[in-house]
Design a protein around this ligand. Sequence first.
Ligand code: KG4
Ligand code: ZN
Length: 346
Amino acid sequence: MDHWAKSVMKVLAIESSCDETSAAVVCDDPKPESRILSNVIKSQIDLHTKYGGVVPEFAARSHLDAIDIVITEALNIAGVTMDDIDVIAATAGPGLIGGLIVGTVTAKAIALVKNNPFVAVNHLEGHLLTTRLCYDVEFPYLLLLASGGHFFFAEVLGVGRYNILGETLDDAAGEAFDKVGKMLGFGYPGGIAIEEAARSGNGNRFKYTVPLQKRHGCNTSFSGLKTATKNHIGSLEMLTAQDKADIAASFQDIVVRFIVKQLGTAYEMTSLKPRNVVASGGVAANIALRAGISEFSQKMNLAFFAPPTSLCSDNAAMIGWCAIERIRVGYGYSDLSAKTFPCGLP
Ligand code: KG4
Ligand code: ZN
């Protein structure tokens, strides 16, 4: 079937790599605002919060319970049936194996029964192309990808052409937010709770040292900031709500300053000196981080783009869009024997 013969290609996409079961119907409409026909996200936060992090076995079982429901809902909201769908896409990695199996096996089964092509999508590629789903952002761009499991800077030259400039040497930024959130008794995930607490906090009260000052390049490290936070908490006789807010504000402030500083170094390392800067992944929802990157971009006379906060965290719309981008440039479809994978970019 020639999908380009049709005016619009509709993709049913599934995301289940971590703690969100999501299904979406996305199309290749030329207008960004018309591309997402539905994007249903069932979060498992309530299930994991009492454990302070994602429990893989519970996550897998929850994906299995929810997958049919979110797919049906996504089709209903989009006002389409399976017969209107041209392509099935699913996250094949990186992620937790139980969830990846649920998503990919479901997608492959639908593709087989409906005789649709299947596209196995890399979750990180989904995050890094989301901005192009929402806005007309041209390649090349300087990318910050900051999520719960990954952190890197890259020069994005085109679909599938990613030049990694630097990455974290230990924790991802989201992981550090989550661990500090846990230390402050905020439950899981910590990022949004820290951002909320920081609003009423004094970011100058607790002192931190900018990590990796003697090293060149734009790699990052967040584990020292975690240890410093633990020491700050340990220095207090008791932890009041104001102390928590001040620690949250001070921690967020150093994380933002550090990321923006390394972003500047990453820019110096780019070969094409892109005019666009893009932030993606769950941590890109952070307003202080967005403000920091926006200020940097203005100073450098660059345009800054980030998806709406609702599309920074895991969602199936970004997976569907990634499939469309890959089909457009000729990467073709995946075999039904395509495997799940634990790490890496395409
Ligand atoms: O991209 P994502 O939804 O999942 C992964 O692929 O990992 O990112 C989740 C991460 C979590 O660590 C969460 O704490 C963090 O993003 N996060 C935030 C904010 N919202 C989510 N971190 C800082 N500020 C936020 N507003
Ligand atoms: Zn993600």
